[in-house]
Write a protein of this length. Sequence first.
Length: 611
Amino acid sequence: MLNRMRWGTMQPVNLKDEIVRTAIWEVYGYKNFYNNEPLQYCEMELDHIIPIKLKSNPEELQKVLFDCGLEPDFELNSLFNIVPTNRLYNRKKSGILFDSNNIRFYLEQVRKKVPNIEEKIVLLKQNRDIEKHMAMLKSHVDKETENKENLLTMLFSFFSNEEDEFIEQEKFYTKQNRLLLNKQKKRIALNAFMPSYNNLETKCTFSFRTLKARHCTINLNNKVILSELFTGLNDDPKFGTRSFIYCEGKENNDVDVLDLENAYIHIGDVTLKLAEEDIYVFCEIIDSYASSYIKSIKDIEETLKTHEYQPSRRGNNYKLLTISYECWRKLVVFANRHDVAKGKSEWHIFNRANNFISVYTENEHPRYDVGYHAFFYCEFSEDIVYYPGLSSSDVCVTWQFNEDLDKRGKGFINERENWDATVSYGWFVNEFMLKALGKKGRDKALDKSERFVMINEIFKKVHYLKQKEVINTVDLNALVSILQEHYNYRPHSKYRVRKQDFEGIYDSMLRCLMNSKRADLFYICSKLQLEKCETMQELIEMIGQLKARINDETISGFGLDFLFRALCAALESKSMKLGLEDVKFIRRKLDIFVEMHDREVVLAKYAVDFL
């Protein structure tokens, strides 16, 4: 017979008590006792291992207890005899008596769980008492109609004995040889590594002391920051241009405004709830971070002359052109034959290597000072790994800048010492390939590279529009076409456009139409969603009416695409004569859209998963 003391005090329990039921469910790991499968609370039924119906047959009950080595007063309605199961198992077992060996086995498993269930019951009852006091406190908080979030935050800080706000500051300092931005305001703090000439990657951590995200931290990588966090920059978050802010319910009906009190932040793999005030602070910090990031990138591009070149995943390499792997190997062979130690001709300017090309002079040279000048690498497309049967064997030639600008300074970047990207590209294509492959081989390789650039978005050279010279209708048409194509590629992006900027597009259309004799009236009307008109004058009047009705608006990339398609059609009107002042007028009216374009282009350019 089993020792009674091992079983502890057996008290009957109320199986309808939610605390008892919850404790049993949690301690058994939310699983069915008999088959160890997941068990929903709403589907749980409590089963007696030794059937409770034996209480009505004392003689049979005593026989079972004796056979199982249990004492005569074993309580069938105690925690020692109750397990969680589901309705199906409970019905199948109903009234069935296991053999004595199975009963002993099951009861021994249950016996080990009972102390934990009893502790859980005590804890749940304590929490129930706490909830009563919390309900009283809540009734007082509910009476506070204004600044409820701040009041709750203060209460939390009081009970936790913690500060509820960071010290407000914005500063830069160096950590791990990287420039780090620290910006703190109210209940949100940011620490972000800024890009540098030898490490283009940015990454950041947000810390929160808000009520609903207390002690929460978010770590974001380079691609998420540039493609998600830096959307809708400098826009009021309520206008819905920031892709990481969303509402579960509907937007407000009167205007395109989000209800920020019911808004969530979803970025990367993280979703959190912030109060409206905290969302504004969060966005202010993001805007400051983005401004510093873009400034750093522009300084890097200006120093290294990398404006046109896409970065590779290596972090500080830039894509110059695409050639065949066979062509690359010929260039490597030529470089190794002209190792600096093998001769003193003007082409003995390489440091021998099998996988890359380094331009290096060791002796006096008419064009170059002693030292390293440039490094070139080849990179295969990742498609070779994933789609080996479909991918090309071509390689991308990348350029890497390896010098320490902090020690040497920018003055060492010149054609005699360390080359920038523009000088490196010019030397590689116009001198090195010409010498190593011959003119025919070089031209064939470049022709293939140019075709590859046209069909492969990844290798397209980057073009910013702000510095693009616009002095005639051809230049103007090219600029507007680029803007139209840009927004066409981003149909679901949202932009907050001011009334005067919309007016700028309509004024540009009107200037073109007033200086034209004929235009594609049907096409322009369709893009502006106007009723069909029959004459140029009628179209001009309708656009004037449209301009008068326009207000500040959140518009999609799809909507801007249509506006610029209409402007392109107006610019292509037959017999149109625009003078230089007309061209400058239209160019000025498009300033904000050029600025939006260039900002999105630079962010898309560097939104890379760096290795």
